[in-house]
Structure formats: structure tokens, C-alpha cells
Ligand binder design. Sequence first.
Ligand SMILES: Cc1ncc(COP(=O)(O)O)c(C=O)c1O
Length: 392
Amino acid sequence: MSAPTRQTTAPENPIPQLDLAAQYASIGEEIRDAIQRVLASQQFILGQEGAALEAEVAKLCGVAHGIGVASGTDALILALRACDVRPGDEVILPTFTFVATGSAVSAIGAKPVFADIRPDTYNVDPSELARRVTVKTKAIVAVHLYGLCADMDPILDFARTRELRVIEDNAQSIGAKYKGRQSGSMSDVACLSFYPTKNLGAYGDAGMIVTNSSEMAARLRSLRNHGQTAKYVSSEAGWNSRLDEIQAAILRVKLRHLPGWQLARQGHAAEYSKLLLGIPGIAPPLVPENYEHVFHQYTIRVERRDALQQALAERKIGSAVYYPVPLHLQPLYAFSGHKEGDFPHAERAAKEAISLPMYPELRPEQIARIATTVAEFVTAEHEHTSAGSDRA
Ligand SMILES: Cc1ncc(COP(=O)(O)O)c(C=O)c1O
């Protein structure tokens, strides 16, 4: 009787695209203490935790003021209000971003005007601004996508000559640097999201606006709290967009860990790029000279991206596509009349970009397994295509 065949390779463990449970396992006790502290105080709204978080985040961003709000989307809407963007005004923003960057503009009745991106950084191409500006343009929203700052100097120069306001959408890039300056410190006002998946994520929705302007900070504090300038006295229409004490206390715990987590992300990115750089058919993320990337996402481009995603899933490796539909092709903006071909770099990125697993707790052997799977898939595709072209 022959011996039963034994499985020679161990079954592969799943690798998620993001593993918040691993993070909670390492900081759970600190988090529970922080929540207990708030429960003991019975102070839930606009208390000490929120004020301390605002000061700590402002310091990290290298600016004078932080204003905690209910989400990154609210941060954008309120920042636009504080920049005096009004219904009918136009705001230029990249078409390759999360929909909130555009819908915040729409929410106040202004018109989002889309701009194409640079194919190598995924961020807005500053040379697009001159093409998109009109007499109605009031502001530019520069998005720092995936953890990398947009090329701010030409954006700020352009805005200065036209007297436009600049807002940084820094939802994805807390801690990033551009030519020695912190993300969030370069414009009139900058917006942060603490959505749970972000590098600094709450246990629910939360966001913050940071600015150096005392007047703008005072206006934003009023706008997030029903436009009140004194208790029960409202000077303009605002609404309730406050960041609560439990979220603030959680975020303060996580903020202490952020520098270490950032270093871990950067180390993982370096490891990925070491394994993927130079393989034909794969474009790893570019980090231009004098930029510090914080790798909210490690995003590569490949042709046949959807097939790669499928191949990864078959090996139990998670991945994500940010973002498959650029804003100008969203049903929401069908009325703008844009069509396929209007913003070629953004459209191509939407078809080719794929974000591999990225979180501080990722282990070197997991990165090696992911990179090998990607490399094998792309190399096989490449050989297949070259063989096909030889036959032609
Ligand atoms: C680029 C960008 N802008 C805005 C937002 C909106 O933030 P929130 O989800 O906190 O409202 C997000 C995140 O979700 C984002 O990634």
C-alpha cells in the first residue's frame, strides 16, 4: 500500500491589504486607558482631549492652529467656506482623487474644475493650472495623494500671481515633506482626514483643519459649531462638525506611535522597491528628490492591472484600486460634459494603479511573497506579449 501523499508546501496565510487588527493588538491597552480617561471625565465634546490633539497635530504639521472637525470631508467644506469660496465660484482640483475632494466643492454650490495629473507622481500637474483657470476661479485644492506631496512651489507661484487661495487636501499624507516643509504647512489652510484606514486613523470618522492664520482659525472654530461667536450667538450659518473627545483621546495615543509607524512604512516601501525596481512592466512609486513620502499606499502601475489583482487574490494577497474612476467620469459629474480622453494621464492611472499591502506590522517575508507574486505575473505577461509580437 502506498503512503498517503503529504502536502509539501504549507498553506499560504492570507495577507490583507491593511491590517488594523494587528495595530490594535499592539496598542489596545493604551487605547482602552485613553477611552476610560474620557469616560471618567464625562466630558465628550470640545474638551481637553480635543484641544490637546489640535495643538499636537498643528505642531506636527508645523503650523499655528488646528481645528478638529467631524471628518476630512467636513474639513474640506469648512476650509472652502473659510477661503470665501461661494456658489458659482470655480475651484481647480485634480481629477484623480477620492470623490470627497470634488464633492466638497459641489456641496457649497461652487464648480469643481478638473485638472490632469503627472503620470509619475499621480499628483496634479502644475502646468495644467494655466489651462483651467478662468475669471471665476477662486481657489486650488492640491491633493497629496498616497503619501506624497504635490509639487507645491509652482502651484503656490501660480496662485500668488492670480490671487487665488490654495487648500492642501492632506487626507493621505500627514507627516510627508516637500523641500523641507511639512505637508499641511504650505497653503492658506490644509485638511486632514482621520478615517480609520489613514496613517493616523480614528475609531470612527474624524478630521482636522490646520492653518497659520489666526483669523481663519477663529472663523473655522465658529463654523464647526453653528457659526457661534459667543455662547448661543451665531454670526453666520455653520453646522455641527465637532471632533469628539473619545476620538481625540484615541488619536492622541496613535499620534505618539506615528513616527515609528511612518519609519516602518518607509522601510517596507524601500524593500518592495528593491524587489520590483527594474522589472519590465512594473512602475514602482517615484519619490522625487527633496520629498519625503509617507506611503499611506504603496502603489505601482502595471498593464492588465485587474488580472494582477485577480492573481494576487488567488494567492490570498489583498490589494486595492485607488481610484478606478476619475472624477470627470463619475456619474455625479456627467453634467460637466467631460468624456473619456479629456484627462489621459488620470484615465491611464485609473486603469493601471494598484496598491499593495501596506501597514507598519507587515513582515519582510510577506513583502517578499507579495513582490514575487507580482514579479512572476508581470514577467509571464511580458514574455507572453513578446512571444506574441515575435510571431506577428
Ligand atoms: C484625498 C482625500 N480627500 C478627502 C477625504 C475625505 O475624508 P473623510 O473620509 O474623513 O471624510 C479622503 C478620505 O477618505 C481622501 O482620501
